[in-house]
Design a protein around this ligand. Structure first.
Ligand code: C2E
Ligand code: CA
Ligand code: CA
Length: 271
């Protein structure tokens, strides 16, 4: 990278951090989109909440840029709380409208797992008049493995209270199945990279599913874009599928107005 490019990149990081700091108190420019998750028959059973930010300066900034910035500044704590509240309110609203999702998933950054997190989550679910099993908390494999000693208690407390934890981006870190069970994770989400990597052993996803079954973990496959991939992961035994083939992340209004048959149009030829 040339010196001038490096300087631009650094300036940009600072600009994003500064604009975020100004946006968070009012949450202006932030929104949540929802991506459907379907079961093996193609029925929409859940949704993942994904944060978006429009700094209203003419160009958009993706989550892969602004989330790390929020993490560095610890603003991820209030923003993460806001996402949880939005997602719970949305699930509640959908159910009222007759869209009966089993639960809603939110991403949790390790930086959010401070004392008070478990109390916040429990309070938010109570305030929304929902139950712990309505909320799935996703934590990436790399973050979970890096610092699990520090927040193992938080994970356990919430699991014992009935909340579901899932390991996100599974296959990018070094989590073992036994370790996940011990920390009371109830599911894992296979990272898209495993699906598209040509150098992975062909039976890898099947092997993950077999091991997960042994210890009763739910397996979701992310990033399924083609019918060929759908057939492959269904055959391998995944329980749930999420990806552009089924539906892109979309505003709540679009999610609820899209007929389930369109979202879940992917009926497998064989299971
Ligand atoms: P993630 O949790 O792994 O979310 C899945 C990402 O994969 C999303 O990217 C989604 O748009 C993308 N995706 C889904 N299906 C497909 C597909 O078929 N093909 C491809 N190429 N991509 C697909 P997105 O929305 O850009 O989010 C990126 C990451 O930002 C998320 O990855 C998550 O780690 C983080 N993130 C998003 N919202 C939040 C949040 O509220 N809190 C925290 N802590 N992190 C968040
Ligand atoms: Ca996720
Ligand atoms: Ca993921």
């Amino acid at each position: 990278m040339y010196h001038s490019e490096l300087r631009d990149a650094v300036l940009n990081i600072h600009r994003v951090a500064r604009t975020l700091r100004k946006s968070v108190p009012t949450m202006r420019g932030f929104s949540v989109v929802y991506q459907p998750q379907v079961d093996r028959s193609g029925n929409v059973v859940a949704a993942e909440a994904l944060l978006r930010w429009d700094p209203q300066c003419g160009h958009t900034v993706g989550p892969n840029v602004f989330i790390p910035s929020l993490e560095r500044s610890r603003l991820i704590v209030p923003v993460g709380q806001w996402v949880i509240e939005q997602a719970l309110a949305q699930l509640k609203a959908w159910r009222k409208q007759g869209l009966n999702l089993k639960h809603i998933g939110v991403n949790v950054s390790a930086r959010q797992l401070l004392p008070g997190f478990a109390e916040f989550v429990q309070g938010a679910v109570e305030r929304a008049k929902l139950r712990p099993r309505d909320l799935v908390l996703e934590l990436t494999e790399s973050q979970a493995v890096a610092d699990s000693g520090r927040f193992a208690d938080t994970i356990r407390v919430l699991s014992d209270a009935g909340f579901t934890w899932e390991i996100d981006d599974f296959g990018t870190g070094y989590a073992s199945m036994r370790w996940m069970r011990r920390l009371s994770f109830a599911g894992l989400k296979i990272d898209r990279s495993l699906l598209i990597a040509t150098n992975e052993p062909p039976g890898l996803i099947r092997g993950i599913c077999a091991m997960a079954r042994e210890i009763d973990l739910r397996v979701t496959c992310e990033g399924v874009e083609t019918r060929e991939q759908w057939d492959r992961v269904i055959k391998a035994g995944v329980h749930r599928v999420q990806g552009y083939l089924v539906g892109r992340p979309m505003p709540a209004s679009e999610f609820q107005s899209t007929p389930a048959t369109t979202l879940g149009a992917i009926r497998p030829t064989s299971t």
